[in-house]
Write a protein that binds this ligand. Structure first.
Ligand code: PLP
Length: 413
């Protein structure tokens, strides 16, 4: 690549340098294995394979059929699912397929409100979900910051939604899937669990599985699960045909066979004992990081976390989420601003940040390292780059961050 396209070669090298040189605390990212990257960069990328294994619209699919069959069988075994579709190009595509399989335009869909942690595809007006369907948002309780299951039930009885969605983008706690199932049964709704964020914890046994409760589970494969960027669907056997038709031909064309092979690799990696202990460490590290940030004068929304992510309220620091993201960036720490429940600040500013432990745990950091990570974040947030002393501190912090990550580098040489 250096010879063919030195500009893009430089982008790739620079990104590798960024990953090696800083702390990655974005809750939706991870560091995939060389085997996953090898599958992604393979000749399987060339192949058209519209259809499903054994039922393709193109010749020459004998090898990619094997890859997709392995991915499907491994996903079913890993999650105890009756049916798996590994073709969605992304989490949003998987979600579009769920709507297509189970609802008609205009139908009511009950899902978590975006500012309380839901995803854009759960009913935002800027997404197909809010434009083509009728979103009914539920919320977290003001005092506990936990899902208000009484409100979920009241809204379900009032609106009789076609689909009820459990799962979120910025919710740090476990979800009571049994409670959602009971509500869905009461109103004869489809229960869809969007497990994009936590499916990797489920794979490693670090979180209860939604599969026994849900009609359909959508997920991404690139977060805690540590696979390639992509999506997947798990469902009950009775919904298999509807799910498959909703992915292809309804919402997608040719599957990305290189990505599907990489998903198969990730599922195999996730079925190991090593991955199970990784998943446990991810949860322990997130809890330790949340505690460390609390000791820096910040507040963990809902009082902590049960998962790989913590949502941090910065109100007491007087620094916005956007400003904190930028200050941490200057200190070599990548994280994102995030609205907190009942946030008075607009979404481009926010009063919070979201932190996740998937990448740092892949690098080998443990709970004893999280105090230092929390201290780096805390000091960065408190350093105002408009002042000389703030700029100097951020520079010092970026050196401390580089020293810390050099002890356990991402993609060691
Ligand atoms: N669903 C949830 C809950 C998510 O958090 C995300 C992404 O963060 C998605 C869906 C969309 O996934 P993708 O970015 O792969 O489209």
């Amino acid at each position: 690549m250096a010879n063919t396209d030195p500009e893009i070669a430089d982008v790739v090298r620079s990104e590798l340098g960024r990953l090696r040189g800083g702390l990655q605390l974005i809750a939706s990212e991870n560091l995939t294995s060389p085997a996953v990257l090898a599958a992604l960069g393979s000749v399987l990328s060339n192949k058209y394979a519209e259809g499903y294994p054994g039922r393709r619209y193109y010749g020459g699919c004998e090898f990619v059929d094997r890859a997709e069959t392995l991915a499907i069988e491994r996903a079913k075994a890993l999650f105890g699912a009756e049916h798996a579709n590994v073709q969605p190009h992304s989490g949003a595509n998987a979600n579009l397929a769920v709507y297509s399989a189970f609802a008609e335009p205009g139908d009511a869909v009950l899902a978590m409100s975006l500012p309380h942690g839901g995803h854009l595809t759960h009913g935002s007006k800027v997404s197909f979900s809010g434009r083509w369907f009728t979103p009914v948002p539920y919320h977290v309780h003001k005092d506990t910051e936990l899902i208000d299951y009484d409100e979920v039930r009241d809204l379900a009885l009032l609106h009789r939604p076609k689909i009820i969605v459990a799962g979120a983008t910025a919710y740090p706690r476990t979800i009571d899937f049994a409670a959602f199932r009971a509500i869905a049964d009461e109103v004869h709704a489809i229960l869809w669990v969007d497990a994009a964020h936590f499916i990797g914890l489920v794979a490693g046994g670090a979180m209860d599985s939604p599969v026994p409760y849900a009609d359909v589970v959508s997920a991404t494969t690139h977060k805690v699960l540590r696979g390639p960027r992509g999506g997947m669907l798990l469902s009950r056997a009775e919904h298999a045909a509807a799910v498959d038709k909703a992915v292809f031909p309804f919402t997608q064309g040719g599957p990305f066979m290189h990505a599907i092979a990489a998903k198969a690799v990730a599922f195999r990696e996730a079925a190991t004992q090593e991955y199970r202990s990784y998943a446990r460490s991810v949860v322990e590290n997130a809890a330790a990081l949340a505690a460390a940030l609390e000791s820096e004068g910040m507040r963990a929304v809902s009082g902590g976390t049960d998962t790989h992510l913590a949502l941090i309220d910065l109100s007491a620091t007087g620094v916005s989420g956007a400003e904190a993201e930028s200050r941490c960036g200057a200190a070599g720490i990548t994280l994102n601003k995030n609205s907190i429940p009942f946030d008075p600040a607009p979404p481009a500013v926010t009063s919070g940040i979201r932190v996740g432990s998937a990448s740092v745990t892949t690098q080998g950091f443990g709970t004893s390292d999280m105090a230092l990570v929390g201290s780096l974040v805390g000091r960065a947030v408190a350093s105002d780059p408009a002042t000389d002393v703030g700029r100097k501190t951020l520079q010092q912090l970026s050196e401390e961050t580089a020293a810390l990550v050099s002890t356990k580098p991402a993609y060691p040489r």
